[in-house]
Design a protein around this ligand. Structure first.
Ligand code: GLN
Length: 201
């Protein structure tokens, strides 16, 4: 491959550093993205976990909502974890008033779906697309995917059937945080899309 793929991490709020470190470890050239001009020239974007309503608000304040929507609709590979998944969803349940998303994933997600008792937990997830070993998934006030629309595909579900990982074209959304457990396969899957896009251009 010629050169390192240029990958942005949306750095308005959330666990930006963990994603940046993992992407760098996997060979990406990482660009923190806060302004529209920083989005120009990246070949993929990670939307981190954090607080989706805050990231939404800041993205509008910084004039990032439209550029990100435009990039998504033009096929930019995007990986969203937790709040990032919420921001990629076309519809959100239990959002705060006025909360918006970038959209692109044909799914309905529910914020804070695990309630107060089990706000955070770790579990082993079988991801058929990866095969063994299973994924150690950390959930931190995470969303679940309540409806997977016709254009999206479920990648992983909890034993009770609730969907926690989805993809659609170049978009990948996860309810949990692979970046904090050393799980690299989702980021690698995303980077392969980034590399494919670079090669096509
Ligand atoms: N509860 C957060 C939200 O609604 C998501 C939590 C996370 O990203 N770890 O945005």
């Amino acid at each position: 491959m010629a050169g390192r793929p240029r990958v942005g991490v949306l750095a308005l709020q959330g666990d930006v550093r963990e994603h940046a470190a993992l992407l760098a470890q996997l060979g990406a050239d990482v660009q923190l993205v806060r302004r529209p001009d920083e989005l120009t020239g990246v070949d993929g974007l990670v939307i981190p976990g954090g607080e989706s309503s805050v990231i939404d608000k800041l993205s509008r304040t910084f004039g990032m909502q439209e550029p990100i929507r435009h990039a998504i609709s033009h096929g930019l590979p995007v990986l969203g974890t937790c709040a990032g998944l919420i921001l990629l969803a076309d519809a959100v349940l239990d959002s705060i008033e006025g909360q918006e998303t970038f959209g692109g994933l044909d799914v309905v997600v529910r914020r804070n779906a695990f309630g107060r008792q089990v706000e955070s937990f770790e579990t082993e997830l079988h991801v058929p697309a990866f095969g063994p070993p299973s994924v150690s998934a950390t959930f931190i006030r995470g969303p679940v995917v309540e409806t997977v629309g016709a254009d999206a595909t479920a990648l992983a579900a909890l034993p009770d059937g609730r969907v926690v990982a989805v993809e659609q074209g170049n978009l990948l959304g996860l309810s949990f945080h692979p970046e904090i457990t050393g799980e690299t396969r989702f980021h690698e899957r995303f980077l392969r899309r980034v590399e494919a896009r670079v090669q096509r251009q």
